[in-house]
Design a protein around this ligand. Structure first.
Ligand code: ATR
Length: 279
């Protein structure tokens, strides 16, 4: 049996177990996906222990995405983003995902692919687009690098302007500013909310509605509620709207594919996720 899991604190309400287990069931893979909540001081022991026990792969979430970077061999994208959300143990290059256990765990950031795959899935063209990312935390960094790598010209707007400016200096051609630079959305075709504004707060939005327009595709990383005020107002303005469950789904799809070397059963994973989100 293969074992995958999620390391974070807290992880009690994670939707990753049902999403991944739906994939195993659909493809007839003998595997389980379990959650682990180590104390922050035990992170290194937890990762080494998982490796020693033959665990095949781990997702990593808050508060460990940055700290885990030094415990794994990060791929270039994870290294540039400065965060790892997916670890593959052993040698998975054989394609069957069998754990070998004689190599340094590999670290990836599939949040970035979650962003680009969400736009692809909605037929939004990123190459040559003007993109605005709101937020410069972990999610904002992943989104900004993903969009820039896909050929977008990226502006980051963040409450703390200095963090946006720092992020922009890491990405050739990108610019950064405070929330007063959100008027850049008027000339953009792509918008990502990578802040927590709107989470469990249906009346809150990070973006004034006056900046939204019909040539925009808007991805909100927030998925509670599934229809945020930002997405409601974007739809009213005639924009393409992409809810946060797409990003959650497609980062998981990317992780599944890295671990197993197989195409993920995206529809089954999506159904499992949306069942739980509307339950
Ligand atoms: P994550 O890993 O999910 O990105 P994070 O690193 O804590 O989480 O980042 C949270 C982001 O939401 C930051 O960009 C934060 O802005 P600051 O850098 O200024 O803190 C943004 N954010 C959180 N609450 C906000 C609010 N009320 N208004 C605007 N931005 C907010």
């Amino acid at each position: 049996m293969h074992v995958y899991g999620l390391v974070g604190n807290p992880v009690g309400h994670s939707l990753s177990p049902p999403m991944h287990e739906a994939a195993y069931e659909t493809l007839g893979i003998d595997a389980r996906y379990v959650t682990f909540e180590p104390e922050p001081s035990a992170l290194a022991d937890a990762i080494a222990g998982a490796d020693a026990l033959g665990i095949d792969g781990l997702n990593v979430t808050i508060p460990f995405k940055q700290d885990v970077l030094e415990l794994v061999d990060p791929d270039p994208l994870a290294d540039r983003i400065g965060a790892v959300n997916t670890i593959a143990f052993g040698d998975t290059s054989g394609g069957d995902g069998e754990h070998v256990g004689d190599t340094t765990p590999k670290g990836y950031n599939t949040d970035a692919a979650g962003v680009t795959r969400a736009f692809d899935r909605h037929d939004v063209h990123l190459d040559g687009s003007n993109a605005v990312v709101v937020g410069a935390g972990g999610a904002g960094r992943a989104a900004a690098f993903a969009l820039a790598d896909a050929g977008a010209s990226v502006h980051v707007a963040n409450r703390t302007a200095a963090k946006a400016a720092d992020l922009a200096t890491d990405i050739p051609g990108a610019t950064g500013g405070g929330l007063d630079s959100l008027d850049r959305i008027r000339d953009a075709t792509v918008l990502v909310n990578a802040t927590s504004v709107g989470m469990e707060a249906p009346d809150e939005t990070p973006v004034p509605a006056e900046y939204l327009h019909g040539d925009l595709a808007v991805l909100d990383a927030v998925y509670t509620p599934i229809e945020t005020r930002l997405l409601r107002e974007a739809a009213d303005a005639g924009a393409v709207t992409i809810d946060g469950a797409w990003m959650l789904l497609l980062q998981g799809v990317e992780a599944f594919e890295l671990w197993t070397g197989r195409d993920a059963p995206v529809e089954a994973m999506n159904a499992a996720l949306r069942d739980r989100l509307t339950a």
